[in-house]
Write a protein that binds this ligand. Structure first.
Ligand code: ZN
Length: 331
């Protein structure tokens, strides 16, 4: 019955308009304890500090990173406590730079039952690197993460979803460096990333050097467009009701899992303020004080597991799983 109720609730929403600005968790109507029942979504955290983010490139040069006040351990431990509270296991895409300085953080994440994956070493956009530099970056991160966690690392997510039509060569390097899945392609239009024609669900990509599973950022299909729904700025800046509506729609109408993502700094309203342009400040600081309560609402209303567990349920962790998706022409 809950499934039917959730389906009809999602279907009643207008096809294009997102919930209005007052539709946050505080004002949201009562919902079933669990929406989208039956579908287990993937939870993921990109473990980096507030000064690592791409919008602050050039404001905090890499040479100054070590001198900055670090808040990543405290914020990540807070997330670990929240996940314990809800008995949820997540994938943590950890920046190699963080793992090098705080290996105990990586081992703590792993020992609490979560999946360790790679966010690269130095948080450089893929399409700004040479293939050789990219190879060094992902190799170094993988080694640091495996040393700290004691487990094999198979997953990778690029800074700012920066695998785009001009950096598809990165998939070959990930395969050669032993990664088994990538979560760096967002099938949307955006000023800095995205391949709008790419498939919206996890799929295997065949390349000349082997194959890799792609785990796209989650979208809802509205008319001819894919709209992002599950995490980061889309979770924090838009009203909470947008994410809830989107995941519910994915889970019930499409019977697909969402892949949600968040950063530790997004639950830290006390973080030092950096001087950046107005758009960057808006993207980074908007609604920081609301994110933790929204995350708790999300964990109450939907079911989550790790990315690896999602791929296992889809038979995408072994090469004899479902056949590769037909690739768009640009591949
Ligand atoms: Zn990042």
């Amino acid at each position: 019955m809950k499934n039917a109720a959730a389906t009809s609730a999602a279907a009643e929403l207008p096809a294009v308009a997102a919930p209005g600005p007052t539709s946050d968790i505080e004002a949201a109507p009562a919902r079933p304890a669990t929406s989208g029942e039956g579908v287990v979504n993937a939870m993921s955290i990109d473990v980096e500090d507030y000064f690592h983010v791409s919008v602050f490139d050039g404001i905090v040069p890499r040479s100054q990173w070590a001198a900055m006040e670090s808040r990543v351990c405290r914020n990540t431990e807070r997330l670990l406590d929240i996940f314990d509270e809800f008995s949820v296991h997540s994938t943590f895409f950890v920046l190699g730079w963080v793992a090098e300085r705080f290996p105990h953080l990586v081992s703590a994440i792993a020992s609490r039952g979560h999946e360790i994956a790679s966010h690269g070493y130095a948080h450089r956009l893929v399409y700004d690197q040479t293939p050789a530099a990219f190879r060094d970056d992902v190799r170094r991160a993988k080694r640091l993460l495996e040393d700290a966690s004691g487990a094999a690392v198979g997953g990778y997510r690029a800074p700012s979803y920066s695998i785009t039509p001009r950096s598809l060569w990165a998939l070959d390097i990930l395969i050669e460096e032993g990664y088994t899945y990538d979560a760096s392609i967002f099938p949307i239009r955006h000023d800095r990333y995205g391949i709008p024609v790419s498939p919206r669900e996890p799929f295997r990509i065949e390349r000349s050097v082997g194959s890799i599973v792609e785990v796209p950022g989650s979208t809802v299909r509205v008319g001819p467009m894919n709209l992002p729904v599950a995490g980061g700025g889309y979770f924090r800046i838009f009203p909470y009701g947008w994410t809830r509506w989107g995941i519910e729609r994915l889970n019930t109408l499409e019977q697909h899992a969402a892949v949600f993502y968040l950063h530790p700094w997004e639950i830290d309203p006390e973080q030092p303020r950096l001087s950046a342009g107005a758009l960057s400040r808006f993207r980074h600081y908007r609604n920081l004080a609301k994110t933790e309560s929204r995350l708790r609402a999300l964990l109450t209303q939907f079911r989550f597991a790790t990315v690896r567990q999602l791929l296992e349920t889809k038979g995408l962790t072994t090469s004899d799983g479902p056949a590769s998706a037909a690739l768009p022409y640009l591949w």
